[in-house]
Ligand binder design. Structure first.
Ligand code: BGC
Length: 765
């Protein structure tokens, strides 16, 4: 039977691709740093990376990207003078396990070398309680007596995509603690890693500054265990102590506490995360494991409290996509946090508040210049855009292609505004609005007003020259998704103004004065009404993705792909094969129909799903979940399930293209992971919440006996269990008030500490 809490591999494949894939699949992280799922003895060549959240650096003209710290987790056994490594030593047996319950990684490898059998086992975790800390237990056993050495410490040889980011590496020793500190290339800030071990055996001597060698005569069959603590602190952390002192101090404290105490505290934190966020699927182990793994990916990537960081498109699995934050966060990951773990949603949204000035700078300088906030397509710590104008390398010409992601994918600002408002709607908490959220919303509306074009003869606003979610069609006019997002932004800006004027008149006046926006507010009211959004055709129900889309060449994805000259050829940009055709990269109209599900009928949803589905290449991992959710909504559950599994298994199977053009894009896919949660809870669970109530209209996949999930709503917590013919809702005892649920159209208020069961035949028990 499959253990849905564990991901296990029973073989070691000694090829670069498998090592890279496993590095992603078995990664652990704690919101502060990520540690790829590589073996203890591996180094830069095997793409070991300790990637730091929110710490960016640039070398020369290369892409800015997150900094990888020196690896404080390095350990290698040396037997009779020979270093043991899965790369070079004969492996008799190997197994590795990622434990989802507490985000720990374990491996056990049995080697044959010099006529001896050596077993190496280790277990590592990055503390969820003390996010600067990593802890490892490592053991070695040899079937025959041998001279053993253990080389352990901090490996300063770092794998970077566009590095080296750390210069001036210095090694010090503070009593028995090793310290490597280095300086980032761009900001000249310190990154410090300290490491200490607890090992009662052998003689220790330094062999090379940051790695110590412990030598001892091992008895046959005896297991020798070592505990290792490492801590990463940087000058980017907002701490009182200098980074180096803080790192040494963290290791000292952890050593004094010991492995068991560190692990127990870490486990407690994880138990709480799962209590809030787990989703249980009864009757389908494969789906259960894939979904749990997806949720796990989101939890390990979630920013630490108070960091005001966000989650990048490849989370903490490395430096891909410049470690940048895309619309992925607001549209695909945020719903999970908002509905289960709102305190993490707050960090994600505060990140957008923190980077508002960057968005303002972008608005002013992009193209002819705009007003308000134009959020970065690829956002780093300041909110300035890390996306380049030539963002994809063409494998054929070896030239970089002009792409318009940065200057034309304007929907990102509305995605942020919608997210900000969703938080307010679902939590009822207006503090974020008052602490910058309202400012973000008004500035986004201001941006769209300056970007929009008023077409006099049609008495409507239009949004011209954009890219919608489908990146294969650039510079299009009136993209349905973008226009609808912009319209919603105006509506939200108006609702925000109204809410603040009524409830916080002083704060409202101060904000209006600060932004000098009083004259513009009536224009937003006008724009919300007069902004044009392509309508469903009255006969077919079809919505044209953008003006002229229906006139493009109709071809199949197979035919299109058969024309490729190079397997990694990019299908969009100037000469891309998809450009003159109806083939789209990812859900676009279908994404809109999910996001604005209340504005469209089931028939329209079905018609558009059926039309766009065969034309969608799913060239982005963001796409399948949109098709899953919508198919579930109109009742095509088998197809919905297929797309759900596609999004839920993406990182578990890790079989995706790792090159777009010449750009390396391997790593994890937190947007698809968020999509898996949405497909399960919104799709099959049929959940949709707004400021007045939570609606639940389940359509469970036939093989599922039940689906159980938690919902956070207006500061209260609920557990919902959906079976084929009944829904049970339990309100936590500590809830503040009865909340309105509507199940299969029937009102079902749930009081604190109470459970209610609603049968499909609408009887409330
Ligand atoms: C997709 C974008 C997405 C980005 C990062 C691209 O391939 O087209 O929609 O934001 O990847 O995940």
């Amino acid at each position: 039977m499959r253990d849905s809490w564990k991901i296990t591999g029973e073989t070691f494949s000694n090829d670069t691709e498998s090592i890279m894939r496993n590095g992603n699949i078995y990664q652990i992280a704690n919101g502060y740093m990520g540690y790829r799922g590589t073996l203890d003895e591996f180094g830069a060549e095997e793409r070991v990376a300790v990637t730091l959240a929110g710490v960016f650096d640039r070398v020369g003209d290369a892409w800015r990207e997150p900094v990888n710290a020196p690896n404080g987790g390095f350990t290698q056994v040396i037997i009779d003078g020979e270093p043991v490594s899965a790369r070079h030593t004969a492996v008799l047996r190997h197994s590795q396990t990622l434990n989802l319950r507490n985000a720990s990684f374990e491996r056990e490898t049995v080697y044959k070398t010099r006529g001896k059998t050596v077993t190496i086992a280790s277990s590592r975790f990055l503390s969820a309680q003390h996010p600067n800390l990593g802890v490892i237990r490592y053991s070695v056993r040899c079937d025959k007596a041998a001279d053993l050495g253990i080389s352990t410490g901090i490996d300063g040889n770092i794998w970077d995509l566009n590095g080296p980011h750390l210069g001036d590496l210095r090694t010090e020793r503070h009593e028995d603690i090793l310290l490597v500190s280095a300086v980032t290339s761009e900001a000249s800030k310190i990154v410090a890693v300290a490491e200490g071990i607890a090992f009662g055996v052998g003689r220790e001597r330094d062999c090379d500054g940051s790695l110590r060698l412990v030598e001892f005569a091992a008895e046959a069959g005896k297991t020798y265990s070592l505990t290792k603590f490492f801590a990463v602190h940087t000058e980017f952390d907002r701490i009182g102590l200098a980074a180096a002192d803080a790192a040494v101090e963290s290791v000292r404290r952890a050593k004094a506490l010991g492995y068991d105490a560190c692990l127990a505290a870490h486990n407690d934190c994880w138990a709480e995360k799962w209590r809030l966020c787990d989703v249980a699927i009864e009757g389908d182990e494969a789906a259960q494991q894939a979904l749990r793994y997806s949720i796990f990916q989101l939890l390990i990537a979630a920013p630490i409290a108070g960091s005001q960081n966000s989650i990048s498109a490849r989370a903490l699995s490395g430096q891909v996509y410049k470690g940048a934050i895309f619309w992925d966060t607001e549209m695909f990951m945020l719903p999970f946090f908002l509905h289960t773990y709102p305190e993490k949603a707050v960090e994600l949204l505060r990140y957008r508040i923190r980077t508002l000035d960057g968005a303002r700078r972008k608005a002013l300088t992009e193209g002819a210049g705009f007003k308000g906030a134009f959020y970065a397509w690829e956002s780093q710590e300041t909110g300035d855009d890390a996306c380049t104008y030539f963002n994809i390398g063409d494998p054929l010409t070896k030239r970089d292609l002009r792409t318009h992601f940065r200057d034309k994918q304007v929907h990102v600002s509305g995605d942020v505004a919608i997210a900000m408002w969703e938080y307010f709607k679902l939590t009822g908490d207006d503090s974020l609005l008052l602490q910058g959220g309202a400012e973000v919303i008004l500035e986004c509306a201001r941006f769209y007003y300056s970007y929009a074009y008023f077409k006099k003869d049609k008495n409507r606003y239009e949004i011209l020259d954009v890219i919608g979610p489908d990146e294969y069609h650039e510079r299009v006019n009136n993209n349905a998704f973008t226009n609808m997002v912009a319209k919603a932004t105006f509506e939200i800006a108006n609702a925000t103004a109204e809410y603040l004027a009524q409830n916080h008149p002083k704060a409202f006046r101060a904000l209006i004065d600060k932004l000098a926006i009083a004259q513009e507010l009536p224009l937003f009211v006008d724009a919300a009404k007069l902004l044009y959004v392509p309508e469903p055709d009255p006969k077919t129900g079809l919505i044209e993705q953008f003006e002229g889309y229906f006139n493009l060449t109709d071809t199949t994805i197979e035919e299109l792909k058969a024309k490729k000259i190079h397997p990694d050829e990019y299908l969009g940009a100037g000469q891309g094969l998809a450009v003159p055709t109806k083939v789209i990269k990812q859900a676009d109209v279908v994404m809109m129909l999910n996001l604005f599900k209340d504005r469209y009928s089931k028939e329209v949803k079905r018609a558009n799903w059926e039309y766009y589905e065969p034309r969608t290449e799913h060239g982005s991992s963001l796409s399948p979940c949109a098709y899953a959710m919508l198919a579930a909504e109109f009742g095509n559950l088998d197809v919905a399930y297929r797309y759900f599994m596609k999004t839920a298994k993406i990182d578990l199977e890790a079989r995706y293209n790792i090159y777009v053009g010449t750009t390396f894009t391997g790593g994890s896919h937190p947007a698809a992971n968020g999509g898996a949660w949405m497909a399960a809870v919104f799709g099959f669970g049929g959940v949709s919440a707004d400021e007045t109530h939570v609606a639940i209209a389940p359509r469970l996949y036939r093989n599922w006996k039940s689906l159980r999930f938690n919902l956070a709503y207006k500061g209260d917590s609920f557990t919902v269990t959906v079976a084929q013919d009944a829904v049970e809702i339990t309100g936590a005892a500590g809830n503040a008030a009865a909340r309105s649920f509507v199940v299969w159209g029937e009102a079902a208020p749930c009081a604190p500490g109470k459970s209610l069961v609603i049968k499909r035949d609408k009887k409330v028990a």
